[in-house]
Design a binder for this molecule. Structure first.
Ligand SMILES: [Cu+2]
Length: 276
């Protein structure tokens, strides 16, 4: 802990040490840079620029500069606006230790930086004391506001591990034609191998599962036999061709209509589109 004091001429009262805020700003910059290496395999310029603000804040706090709170808060806001879903995804998966720890460090550091920007908290040197619980609350809010946990629909861990994987790339599903045999769970693992977030959306059924870049999510749905078009609902990805078709085979191997079950083969919510 280094205490840096101003010369008496610069200010009337001694400023508290900014060690906690310096450490938090440095930790946030490191977490942002590390998170791309963990999930994307390589740093990209967009993420590097997000790390720039907390880096500037760390340098400022190290020198006890008053302006350091500005890049610190901007850094937190930028992180939250760009990577909130990623953080939520990683926070609900403690079983993947490295992404989890990076996300936990990012939210805790964000809490310390936000608390440290409050004049009263900073003046009493309470940035860490107030900031760490604030960061924990921030993480909880992210997890509740942007649910990213997998609903495995009662499948066992073994079954989930054996699910077919669909790769999401910029801008396609690979494969785009999915077929589920009779008696099998309608379940897939979506692996986002693209640069940005993608989603698996069946609009007629209200299904829309976002998968952040570099992450994997399991989707288990209860569907009647039929054919269901699906798209990526992110931005203009659908127009760019990010769409596919899911076929759930019914008795006799048909898709419902082919099996001659008529209206009974429609999806529960009546939104399925059938091929003829
Ligand atoms: Cu997409």
């Amino acid at each position: 802990m280094t205490e840096i004091r101003d010369t008496p001429a610069a200010t009337d009262r001694p400023r508290p040490p900014a060690a906690a805020r310096t450490a938090a700003a440095a930790a946030l910059a490191a977490a942002v840079l590390l998170s791309t290496l963990v999930t994307g395999g390589a740093p990209d310029p967009a993420t590097a620029s997000v790390a720039l603000l907390p880096l500037i804040a760390a340098a400022g706090y190290l020198r006890s500069a008053r302006w350091a709170a500005v890049p610190a808060v901007l850094g937190v806001l930028t992180l939250l606006s760009l990577r909130a879903t990623d953080l939520s995804h990683d926070l609900v998966r403690p079983g993947e230790p490295l992404p989890f720890l990076v996300a936990a460090a990012a939210v805790l550091a964000s809490g310390v930086l936000l608390a440290g920007a409050l004049p009263g908290t900073a003046a009493r040197g309470r940035a860490a004391l107030v900031g760490l619980p604030l960061g924990a609350v921030l993480g909880l809010v992210l997890v509740l506001a942007l649910p990213q946990a997998d609903d495995t629909g009662g499948l066992s861990g073994e079954q989930v591990a054996a699910l077919p994987t669909v790769s999401m790339v910029d801008f396609a599903f690979e494969p785009g034609q999915l077929t589920v045999a009779e008696g099998q769970p309608v379940a897939f693992r979506f692996s986002n191998d693209g640069e940005g977030a993608h989603s698996f959306a069946v609009e007629s059924l209200g299904i829309d599962v976002t998968v952040p870049a570099g992450r994997t999510r399991t989707v288990v749905v209860d569907l009647e036999p039929g054919t269901y078009p699906f798209v990526c609902s992110v931005g203009d990805h659908e127009e760019k061709g990010m769409a596919g078709r899911l076929t759930v085979l019914g008795e006799g191997g048909g898709d419902g209509h082919a099996a001659g079950t008529g209206a009974g083969a429609d999806a529960g919510t009546g939104g399925a589109v059938h091929d003829h």
